[in-house]
Write a protein that binds this ligand. Structure first.
Ligand code: ARG
Length: 564
């Protein structure tokens, strides 16, 4: 609607394009200030007039054209031009667009490819709460971009290569056994990894041994590689459980090891382009000019490193998928790492360095939440998810013990609550967990939105309606109905904004706004007891709101149970 209106208004303002108007148009906070409002302040310079005067003149100019404009009233107030729409027409127009199957689906991404690098946990280490965030944010961005028509390549850049595997091999040979690892899995790997680090403090020779084993891995020593392969398998089983709970998938699990043998070509290219320098036995690219520490390319023993494996990875991705953009979702602490990698790509002369985007996020803390931790103070993603499911189950037992499919519902509610809580604020903000907020059915939470969805479904079931009833906007005359339609109108714009800013929180906030508007409608407007025509229209609106709630939650990576 905003778009239609911008085009209309632009006809009456000289020298302003509909796009400029679109960017200026605001939605007033209260209804008596109109449906849309155009602030005239930025036009003052252009027209060399005071904003208030511009508003008055524009009002006259538009009004001269009578009903042709489709506005019922225009108001000039303190430099703002407030537009009141013909509600019936406006509502009908929105509703006929919104009931279409493809409402909100964009074409912006048609023919474009985005590589997304997210989740990317480290083998033989815990899948901790930080990895939970990249997984959740990455998955939501994937859904959002897919909705806009982009083709997405989902890449899990596993941390499956590096000196830590040398450490693990040494530790395994010294302090563990096949039986123990088989019995205890990743817990045993973690135990000996922690033990190694403690022991190496006392006896630094252990570190040399670890480096030597890693060098063996790089050389292809079969004994070393067999152990590494085995550790990887064990970890993958663990990760798979978390991914199943979250409903997350990847197209490729091409981790760091995949690029190991592609690093020598990068080294050669850097050398040929005159970028490689030697420094105390290592190879680096100096970034002094750009006020960054040098980017390490190979270590003293010639082995590859996180940075060079990332260089090889991005070159491979460009060659293989011809991406238009490549996103990396990781914690903020990797900001410098990506700045270095992207700079080296730029220095190598690749124009597409501009399309490499680091999407950082803040830390997770646990505010007074008691969580079982298996070792030390590491918080496992799986433990958090399970705890949330358990608590959701307790609430269901308390509130609705006869609910069918309790287990599945508890899983959707528990997991959805964690995802929603993670995505409710800007990425960069730290997330602090408190179970009260995560599972608050009345607050801005996942369960609140899911509950609203279930409520809408229950109304439709009671009416034996399909939720696809035709909606005659002439019968929707209350303020609450109007407000709900206005929120529905904003759905496509919210998707675009979330995509442009790489910010799922835009849609999480929208989900709350939509659920609140629906609940207000439900409170103010009798549905099942309304007169036949009105009832049909209201059931149609209920079905429509329900569909958009489900879709919005879907874009966040959250499923909505049919009943709660
Ligand atoms: N494995 C890394 C970590 O856990 C994240 C990898 C991110 N992706 C990348 N291409 N570097 O911190």
């Amino acid at each position: 609607m905003k778009k239609t209106i911008s085009i209309k208004i632009a006809k009456y303002i000289n020298d302003m394009a509909p796009e400029e108007i679109y960017d200026l148009l605001e939605i007033p906070p209260v209804a008596d200030m109109g449906d849309f409002s155009l602030p005239c302040f930025t036009m003052a310079k252009k027209f060399r007039k005071a904003p208030a005067q511009i508003a008055v003149e524009l009002k006259e100019q538009i009004e001269k054209n009578g009903d042709e404009t489709g506005f019922t009233r225009i108001q000039a107030v303190n430099g703002y031009l407030n537009f009141f729409l013909n509600r019936k027409e406006y509502m009908q127009e929105i509703l006929s667009g919104a009931i279409r199957e493809d409402y909100g689906t964009g074409t912006k991404g048609a023919g474009k490819v985005i590589c997304m690098d997210y989740s990317s946990p480290n083998i033989a280490k815990n899948f901790h709460v930080g990895h939970l965030r990249t997984t959740i944010i990455g998955n939501s961005l994937y859904k959002i971009y897919a909705k806009l028509g982009y083709q997405i390549v989902r890449i899990n850049h596993l941390g499956d290569w590096g000196t830590q595997f040398g450490k693990l091999i040494v530790a395994y040979r010294k302090w563990s056994s096949r039986e123990l690892v088989e019995e205890k899995g990743i817990e045993e790997l973690l135990r000996i990894y922690v033990l190694f680090n403690a022991e190496a403090e006392k006896d630094p020779v252990l570190n040399d041994e670890a480096r030597a084993w890693f060098a063996e891995m790089e050389k292809g020593n079969p004994e070393a590689l067999a152990l590494w392969e085995w550790f990887k398998e064990i970890s993958m089983v663990d990760f798979a459980r978390v991914y199943r709970l979250l409903g997350v998938d990847f197209d490729f699990y091409t981790g760091e090891s995949f690029y190991m043998d592609k690093v020598p070509a990068v080294v050669a290219e850097l050398k040929q382009k005159g970028l490689l320098e030697e420094s105390e036995g290592t190879n680096i690219v100096s970034l002094e000019q750009y006020e960054m520490p040098p980017c390490l390319i190979t270590k003293k023993d010639g082995s590859s490193i996180y940075h060079s494996r990332d260089l090889a990875a991005v070159l491979y991705r460009q060659q293989e998928y011809h991406f238009d953009k490549c996103l990396y979702v990781t914690g903020m602490e990797q900001k410098l790492h990506f700045a270095q990698v992207f700079k080296v790509i730029e220095l190598m002369g690749y124009e597409w360095h501009r399309e490499l985007i680091h999407v950082p996020y803040g830390l997770v803390s646990l505010e007074g939440a008691k969580l079982s931790t298996r070792t030390g103070n590491i918080i496992y993603a799986e433990d958090i998810l399970k705890e949330s499911i358990k608590r959701a189950m307790e609430i269901i037992e308390q509130k609705n013990p006869v609910l069918p499919e309790k287990e599945q519902t508890a899983e959707k509610v528990g997991v959805g609550a964690i995802i929603f809580h993670d995505l409710y604020n800007q990425r960069i903000k730290n997330v602090s967990f408190s179970w009260e907020n995560v599972l608050n059915f009345d607050g801005a939470s996942g369960p609140y939105v899911q509950y609203t969805y279930a409520r809408a479904g229950s109304i439709l079931r009671k009416a034996q309606a399909e939720g696809k009833e035709s909606i005659d906007a002439r019968l929707l005359t209350t303020q609450a109905e109007y407000e709900l339609v206005k929120v529905i109108d904003r759905y496509p714009e919210k998707i675009k904004e979330a995509a442009e800013r790489f910010e799922p929180f835009i849609l999480a906030r929208y989900a709350i706004e939509l659920a609140a508007a629906f609940n207000k409608f439900y409170q103010d407007c009798p549905i099942l007891t309304a007169a036949a025509g009105v009832k049909t229209a209201r059931l149609g609106l209920t079905g429509l709101a329900r569909k958009i709630i489900r879709e919005t939650m879907g874009l966040l990576g959250i499923e909505c149970p049919e009943a709660m």
